[in-house]
Design a binder for this molecule. Structure first.
Ligand code: BES
Ligand code: MN
Ligand code: ZN
Length: 503
């Protein structure tokens, strides 16, 4: 699919379908509405006054052969209240346009970017949303399914914008939207296809294509380094573990400037291990590498959009299965950092592999740590499928992530990390145990991670409730969401960070 910006009036665009987002308060008095009315010879007000269409968010109405428009069809899309229209909503509405256009078998389409945003921000959000909406997960059906692919989407501006700025915004939106869809594809893959070895291979292929330096640590490397927490999780599986390390080459680290590490949980299947999970919904645990996928995808995007800060990506990847070689409740392992861990529950495996990867990231020179993981069912209980949970010790990064949701659409909510929660993971026999009791499960998991980041400023993102979307949405297919890619890229490209010299 080609997405391009054009600085032309919408009535003059020759295409199969023109998508026109419409606000709820749109009335005949407003100039934009007058233009539309003129261009369609009053059909739009007829549709509105007849009650056939209300511009509520994501609702649509398809009008055939609109008079005076070069477009063969006009798709009105509800954009909700104008006062509530954010870039996140513009992205969603662009996604609705792409999905409805596909369903209508349109091949060449145009999308009018509405709202009071800069050309670059609008085109960024619209290009990203178009790709998001157009995405369908890899199909394993052997019978052909009839689909019509979108070939071209022309982005148009409602207000005057500078062409080169809108073009640059579209370029970035395409890079990020492509990365988000790459993360979705990885998370949607079944676990027999996407093993740790396969995840490493796909990271290497995509990474090298994007210009990243890719290094894969093998089991022997991890044994030498003493990553026994990670190795314990992997021990029940026939699939060898991998630690994927991604870097952007050719950047001399500036002395004193921050070095970020993005660390993503890459459990390609989580059966729970010996502490085995109930079988209901266990198939969803093929997506327990969604955090890792977000890191890999964000790094491929960052390689193409120069980040503001130095950044390394790390993805510890394992399969968590029971077997005669698997770790057992009660086992004690010595982690890479040197702290000993009593494994009480083998289903709390994500924190074990992250413990080693976070500590290793510090050895590689990271001075800011951000991890992202489908870590706890408790986070889903606390926040449902709307907000991801976040906790940490770097309030500036936490606030940046919270605020960027208006742009990225990825909502994050901070949970507390008080010292008192540490008690829950005290072990009578080792330095720490890997689970607390049932209370505050998302927080005690983060407390466990905190043991391994020590004093390094750190943020943990728990995406257990938001990595999958269980139903199709007007702007997206069901399945993996790619949550985190946009937030991570936004953080690395837009966060100033006070007192670091990072421009
Ligand atoms: N991968 C799961 C968390 C999860 C649950 C993700 C539901 C997505 C949806 C994680 O490894 C896990 O099993 N966590 C346990 C921790 C418990 C044993 C302390 C949980 O949340 O039940
Ligand atoms: Mn688990
Ligand atoms: Zn897990």
């Amino acid at each position: 699919m080609r997405i391009k910006f054009q600085n032309r009036p919408f009535a003059a665009i020759d295409c199969d379908l023109l998508a026109y987002p419409m606000f709820e308060e749109e009335t005949s008095g407003k100039p934009a509405f007058k233009t539309l009315e003129g261009a369609t010879d009053g059909i739009v007000s007829a549709v509105l006054s007849g009650g056939e269409f209300k511009p509520e968010l994501h609702r649509t109405c398809l009008i055939h052969r609109p008079k005076r428009l070069k477009a063969r069809r006009l798709l009105l899309i509800g954009a909700g209240k104008e006062s509530e229209f954010t870039l996140a909503r513009l992205r969603e509405v662009a996604g609705v346009a792409a999905r409805r256009a596909r369903a209508a078998h349109a091949v060449k389409t145009a999308f009018l970017m509405r709202g009071d945003f800069s050309g670059s921000e609008s085109a960024h959000a619209a290009a990203d949303g178009t790709l998001y909406g157009n995405y369908e997960s890899e199909m394993y059906k052997t019978r052909d399914i009839e689909t019509q692919d979108l070939e071209e989407v022309v982005l148009l501006a409602e207000n005057k914008v500078r062409t080169h700025e809108a073009e640059e915004g579209a370029r970035q939106g395409i890079i990020i939207g492509t990365a988000v869809n790459f993360a979705r594809t990885l998370a949607n893959e079944p676990a027999n296809v996407l093993t740790p070895g396969q995840l490493a291979e796909r990271a290497a292929t995509a990474g090298e294509r994007a210009g990243l330096e890719v290094r894969i640590l093998e089991r022997e490397d991890m044994e030498k380094l003493g990553m026994n927490a990670l190795l314990a999780v992997s021990s029940g599986s026939e699939q060898p573990p991998k630690l994927i390390v991604l870097r952007i080459p050719g950047r001399q680290p500036v002395k004193g400037a921050p070095v970020f590490a993005l660390v993503g949980k890459g459990v390609t299947f989580d059966s729970g291990g010996i502490s085995i999970k109930p079988s209901e919904k266990m198939e969803e645990m093929k997506a327990d590498m969604a955090g890792g996928a977000a890191v890999i995808a964000a790094m491929t995007a960052l390689a193409q959009i120069r980040p503001r800060h130095a950044v390394i990506g790390l993805v510890p990847s394992v399969e968590n299965l029971p077997s005669g070689k698997a770790a057992k409740p009660g086992d004690i392992v010595k982690s890479y950092l040197g702290k000993t861990i009593e494994i009480i529950n083998t289903d709390a495996e994500g924190r074990l592999i992250l413990a080693d990867a976070l500590a290793y990231a510090r050895t590689l020179g990271a001075t800011r740590l951000v991890d992202i993981a489908t870590l706890t069912g408790a986070c889903v209980i606390a926040l449902g499928h709307v907000n991801a949970g976040m906790m940490g010790t770097d309030q500036e990064i936490l606030e940046h992530l919270r605020n960027s949701a208006r742009f990225t659409g990825e909502k994050l909510w901070q949970l507390p990390l008080d010292e008192e929660y540490r008690k829950a993971i005290r072990s009578p026999i080792a330095d720490v145990k890997n689970v607390g009791d049932r209370s505050a499960g998302a927080i005690t998991a983060a407390k466990f991670l905190q043991e391994f980041v020590e004093e390094t400023p750190w943020v943990h993102i728990d995406i257990a409730g938001v990595d999958l979307c269980h139903d199709e949405q007007p702007f997206s297919a069901k399945g993996a969401t790619g949550f985190g890619v946009r937030s991570l890229v936004h953080l690395l490209t837009r966060c100033g960070l006070s007192g670091t010299g990072g421009k």
